[in-house]
Design a protein around this ligand. Structure first.
Ligand SMILES: O=C(O)c1cc(=O)[nH]c(=O)n1[C@@H]1O[C@H](COP(=O)(O)O)[C@@H](O)[C@H]1O
Length: 283
């Protein structure tokens, strides 16, 4: 089954929440764990024990694993495998993007069957040109995996690139709108929606409307980070996504992880965030 259909089923079953696995040094310390591969391993396995099989998806942030070199990457491989065991979809947040031929190698690393770093989906950057992502689109399609293409990111600096206008005269479009249109072409006709999603931060206010970005026309999942620690909540989710809200997968890392290390508290925080996201997006 393609990623889009699997994600839609997981969101229906568990609510539209993705829990980020972001082992910040400060969180490891707060959990009484060492800032080392062993600490990452214990942190991630606790998160998976608390939420695996109970939320739609988890999103390990590669940077926090890469910071520990090969030892950290080995843990990321374990996290991807362990998430699969729990039946929870994993989105590897590595935000890759490069010229097409190198993008092919990233695709092999993160989207090929049998690759130890291949989860169910990957975050990718279209800022070398949407077309440069073609190798990832092809391999993801062939293996039933998904992509989340950065479009309107949650950080304030993103606007300087994403809101920029391309073209001349009356027919100009913003960069964000063109990324969304390109994803929409790839997802055309897919049901319940396609497998090429976008990243649209829950913190962006009216930027989708302001940039003319058609979030409904994407016909793909919208990963919405910024919930919790970056300040967005149910009101922001409703306001940002409007008619596209049923395709949104809200994402929270620190907002849930700060409840740890107690398993019950971690699970309760995740289920509370999932309930809030469901009421905001599906009510
Ligand atoms: O692709 C992402 O997930 C992402 C895109 C974006 O626009 N903003 C954003 O915060 N993220 C990621 O989402 C997570 C947010 O973490 P919290 O702010 O702790 O919930 C981090 O792993 C970010 O790298």
């Amino acid at each position: 089954m393609p990623f889009g259909a699997r994600l839609a089923a997981a969101m229906d079953a568990h609510g539209p929440l993705c829990v980020g696995i972001d082992p910040h040094a400060s969180l490891l310390e707060a959990w009484g764990l060492p800032d080392s591969p062993a600490g990452l391993r214990e942190f991630s396995s606790r998160v998976l024990e608390a939420v695996g099989g109970r939320v739609a998806a988890v999103k390990p942030q590669a940077a926090f694993f890469e910071r520990h070199g090969s030892g950290g990457l080995a843990v990321l491989e374990e996290v991807v495998a362990a998430a699969r065991e729990t039946g929870t979809l994993s989105i590897v947040d590595a935000k890759r993007g490069d010229i097409g031929s190198t993008m092919g190698a990233y695709a092999e690393a993160f989207l090929r069957d049998g690759s130890p770093l291949a989860g169910d989906a990957l975050t990718v950057s279209p800022f070398l040109g949407f077309g440069s992502l073609a190798p990832a689109v092809e391999l993801a399609t062939a293996t039933g995996r998904g992509l989340f293409v950065l479009c309107l990111t949650s950080n304030p600096e993103g606007a300087s690139v994403q809101h920029a206008r391309r073209g001349a005269g009356a027919g100009t479009t913003t960069v964000a709108a063109s990324i969304a249109a390109s994803a929409g072409e790839l997802n055309a006709g897919a049901e319940p929606f396609g497998s090429v999603g976008l990243v649209v931060g829950a913190t962006i206010g009216a930027a989708a409307q302001g940039t003319g970005t058609d979030l409904v026309g994407v016909n793909g999942p919208l990963l919405a980070p910024g919930v919790g620690a970056q300040g967005a909540g149910p009101d922001e989710l409703r306001a940002v996504f409007g008619d596209a809200r049923r395709t949104v997968l809200a994402s929270s890392s620190r907002g849930v992880l700060r409840a740890g290390p107690d398993l019950g508290a971690l699970r309760a925080a995740a289920l509370k965030a999932a309930g809030e996201a469901a009421r905001a997006l599906r009510g």
